[in-house]
Design a protein around this ligand. Sequence first.
Ligand code: ADP
Ligand code: MG
Length: 241
Amino acid sequence: MSKTGEIVLEKITKSFGNFQAVGTVDQVIEGGSYCCMIGPSGCGKSTLLRMIAGHETPTSGRILIGGNDVTTMRTGERGTALMFQDYALFPHLNLKDNVAFSLKIHGVAKPARQEQAMEMLARVELANLADRMPFELSGGQRQRVALARALITNPQVLLLDEPLSALDEFLRLKMRVELKRLQDDLGITFIHVTHTQPEAIALADKVIVMDHGIIEQADHPRAVYDQPYSPYIARFMGGQN
Ligand code: ADP
Ligand code: MG
């Protein structure tokens, strides 16, 4: 069986000075699955995501992506793309050039990168706005540009750190549907950190519940919410914890 997009976290820990932000995490995330990660603020979700993306190095443990040990590999080389709520678009570049930017860095010729950028903008339904500047867009549109920009690197794994939390309720619902559709179409692995439990229930093949730097529960959403043994979930479900 192909391991494309599979993520294996082997005894991962991360300390900042004396403070252990993550540890110890052992987890396998199936290639091509939609995984949601939830847990209280400060429990280590972003740190774990940043280690998978290569923006932080684990203090100990190994990370395998698609069967390869990427623990010390650089960000651009491990087949991951990270997207977060602060869209960080280049304000002086139009949408097409924003999306094409990483291809430019990798030396792709202009016609090819413009063509790929247009394809990617079409995927997120923004092809008609390719020449607009970021300031001319709504929050939801900016978020979709950020998505296109992450996906143009052709990742095996897309890491989304609270991507929808800056959007209003209506846009959040709309984007939720689009994310699921994109993940289905592309068949790549998504790990999506969210604060919104219905989002996790609607999207995830697997929900990972983190607290105090460890994974308390990881299972199909139905199992997590029907039999919450994580106090964090039980609180939301009116459980006895
Ligand atoms: P979450 O995303 O779940 O809210 P984070 O992963 O951002 O949590 O942070 C987990 C813990 O690690 C927090 O206590 C945070 O303050 C700490 N932390 C994160 N990054 C750093 C850093 N670069 N230096 C020191 N402490 C950090
Ligand atoms: Mg965070």
